[in-house]
Design a binder for this molecule. Structure first.
Ligand SMILES: NC(=O)c1ccc[n+]([C@@H]2O[C@H](COP(=O)([O-])OP(=O)(O)OC[C@H]3O[C@@H](n4cnc5c(N)ncnc54)[C@H](OP(=O)(O)O)[C@@H]3O)[C@@H](O)[C@H]2O)c1
Length: 292
């Protein structure tokens, strides 16, 4: 049995892992969140894992309030960078590979072609800076780590853009949504499934464990406006959605205009297939419909 520890297990991605864990009968996952395992406390991490023989640690814990991070700098730095360093230090001591989640916000979004892992990362938000620092710290402390940058995460769990657009679409007749930011919506359950498949493939030796940075999002590209239209169409929501420019919707943290990630490296190294974003959106909306 492969033993995996998940931190931040009550968050959106953590719950996505929980929702599919029973499909992976060869993987035994311990789900933790801050109350059981506070990753800001290195002694807590050391005590927690010392007698458990984990084969992998997947870090889903993070400070994800992008706008709040601009003013709540200490907390975001602590969780997104220093705590990731803690995980790296302890993981190295116990020789456990780490799979850590990072973000498209490490890029400034001024590109015009999908970002590869080799592209220079210059974050324009504080959140992005802390996530980039977390990547650096982790690879320094535990080089046997896989860092997966993802983007535009949504799911039936937690708060996210899809749920917000359903709610606003039902409550209002008119909605204005940004059209000049493009990216790839990513169903968190696809990401969770991708990661567990990678672990299985490594363990059954059909691929080699290859540490480093990888990109994962769903296939395809759209703007937030297109995403909203698709959500409403699939949900049968009748709402007038108007495209607007980013300057008409100011936020505390600047958003990348272009955050499309090139996924060739993860697909070729770990031989995984990634679904098209609209197919995954349909899957998520079906799940949401049965939940309500
Ligand atoms: N959401 C997106 O659109 C997006 C896009 C790109 C990348 N990502 C990355 O994807 C990853 C997962 O994101 P997500 O949306 O699942 O985030 P999330 O829903 O905010 O989940 C983060 C979890 O970490 C927990 N946590 C907070 N402090 C902790 C601590 N000290 N120790 C242990 N756990 C702690 C949180 O608990 P509380 O809720 O109690 O604080 C929460 O359950 C993150 O690394 C994020 O940066 C997200």
């Amino acid at each position: 049995m492969i033993k995996v520890l998940i931190t931040g297990g009550k968050g959106q991605l953590g719950q996505s892992f929980q929702s599919i864990s029973n499909k992976f009968v060869d993987i035994n996952i311990s789900f933790t969140d801050v109350e059981d395992l506070n990753i800001c406390d290195i002694d807590n991490i050391r005590d927690f894992i010392s007698d458990k023989d984990y084969n992998y640690i997947i870090n889903c814990a993070a400070y994800t309030a992008v706008d709040k991070a601009e003013s709540d700098k200490i907390a975001s730095l602590q969780l997104n960078a220093e705590a990731v360093k803690n995980i790296g230090i302890v993981a190295k001591e116990f020789n456990i590979p780490v799979i850590h989640i990072s973000t498209d916000y490490v890029f400034d979004g001024n590109s015009f072609k999908p970002y590869t892992e080799n592209d220079y990362a210059v974050p324009s938000s504080y959140y992005g800076q802390t996530k980039l620092l977390g990547e650096k710290y982790l690879l320094e402390e535990q080089p046997n780590s896989i860092i997966i940058r993802t983007a535009w995460l949504y799911s039936e769990f937690g708060n996210n853009f899809v749920k917000t657009m359903i709610k606003l679409g039902n409550d209002r007749d008119l909605l204005k949504v940004v059209v000049d930011q493009v990216g790839s919506p990513t169903y968190a359950v696809d990401l969770a499934e991708g990661i567990l498949n990678i672990i299985l493939k490594i363990e059954n030796k059909s691929v080699n464990f290859t540490p480093g940075i990888y990109h994962f999002s769903n296939e395809g590209v759209c703007s937030w406006y297109d995403f909203t239209i698709n959500i409403h169409q699939l949900m049968g929501i009748d709402c007038n959605v108007l495209p607007i420019e980013s300057k008409e919707y100011p936020t505390a943290a600047p958003r990348p205009y272009y955050s499309v990630l090139n996924k060739t490296k993860i697909k070729t190294t770990y031989k995984i297939e990634i679904p098209y974003w609209r197919f995954s959106l349909e899957k998520c909306l079906r799940k949401l419909a049965t939940k309500n």
